[in-house]
Design a protein around this ligand. Sequence first.
Ligand code: SF4
Length: 66
Amino acid sequence: MQIKADVGKCQGYGNCVDLDPEHFDLDDDGLVVLLRTSVGDTERETSGAAVRSCPVQAVWLVDDDA
Ligand code: SF4
């Protein structure tokens, strides 16, 4: 799977960073940065929880072939 982000939607709540710091960080402006976009099978649960925690749906997961 791949993580996608719409930085324009991000409000900097940081929920995603708290739940999955391997993939998400905040930049100097407090907006989401993807440290890695690929999500391995063992990471799906963690990354999925991080995506679901975003209150403005600024991040989401897509299948590799999507
Ligand atoms: S949870 Fe959503 S709004 Fe908050 S930092 Fe992450 S992407 Fe941005």
